[in-house]
Design a protein. Structure first.
Length: 271
């Protein structure tokens, strides 16, 4: 498994396939496994890079000086330098889209295409921010995501009709339950606070290249509803697409649809 040390910590990533480079940037509380269907679909034709957020998957703890999503964007640009990748198409879901837009604004020459999935780069609505912060406080104090909190947190990521006994649902619940107190306090909770206290990038969306940008959203996404996707797409001036029968983790809830949209988008970018 490849690692890249940046700001004193080891960032874990997958590097699979060859051809034009695609960077898959995932959601808070998920690791590279959330992209498994897309990695399988794209890597026969493209060089697919996917990475674990700090404290997630195999990555090390959140570096002490990392205090904003701009820091994450800078760290990922350093990874691209390390891999000697001049240009990428970036597909960012949830927090992956939040820092992905920052990378596109920081280094526009590095991005030849941008797909924003189930994400929002405006500020978090204040009631939601306060609610999430109250959950973080409980997790920090107890050193675990207790069963009653799992009952609250896990459903947020899926469409309302999902079978709670399904492997997708149960595997995610088990992964959250297994986090150690140190990992929660050093990385998961601070990463959540960074994510949900982000600054407002909506005024800068017009700087993105509308011709090479696409917005996707699960039609049943609860934390990042389609209205937010539409708002961002209109500010960018780019198309937006609803992913049918999908909640927040559309890459796993309707993997074939998401993979096909990405494949078509990539084909157009790399003609």
């Amino acid at each position: 498994m490849p690692f890249f040390t940046v700001d004193g910590q080891a960032l874990h990533y997958i590097d699979q396939g060859s051809g034009p480079a695609v960077l898959l940037a995932g959601s808070y509380l998920w690791d590279t496994a959330m992209w498994a269907p897309q990695i399988a679909a794209l890597s026969p034709h493209y060089r697919v890079i996917a990475l674990d957020l700090w404290g997630h998957g195999e990555s090390g703890r959140l570096p002490p000086g990392t205090t904003s999503l701009d820091d994450i964007a800078r760290q990922v640009e350093a990874l691209l330098d390390h891999l000697q990748i001049e240009q990428i198409t970036l597909a960012g879901l949830s927090v992956g889209g939040m820092w992905g837009v920052r990378l596109a604004l920081l280094a526009p020459q590095r991005i030849n295409g941008l797909v924003l999935l189930d994400t929002y780069v405006g500020v978090e609505p204040e009631p939601t921010r306060q609610y999430y912060f109250s959950l973080f406080k409980q997790i920090e104090e107890s050193g675990e995501i207790a069963p009653q909190l799992l009952d609250i947190v896990v459903p947020i990521f899926f469409r309302p009709g999902i079978d709670p006994q399904s492997a997708l649902y149960q595997d995610f619940r088990a992964k959250l339950a297994a986090y150690t107190a140190d990992r929660l306090r050093e990385s998961i909770v601070p990463m959540g606070r960074i994510t949900f206290s982000r600054d407002d990038l909506l005024p800068r969306l017009g700087e993105l290249n509308a011709a090479t940008t696409l917005v996707l959203c699960g039609d049943q996404d609860k934390p990042r509803p389609p209205s937010e996707a539409q708002e961002m797409a209109e500010l960018i001036g780019c198309p937006w697409v609803l992913v049918p029968e999908a909640g927040h983790i559309s890459s796993l809830e309707n993997p074939q649809f998401v993979s096909e949209v990405l494949f078509t988008f990539l084909a157009e970018r790399n003609r």
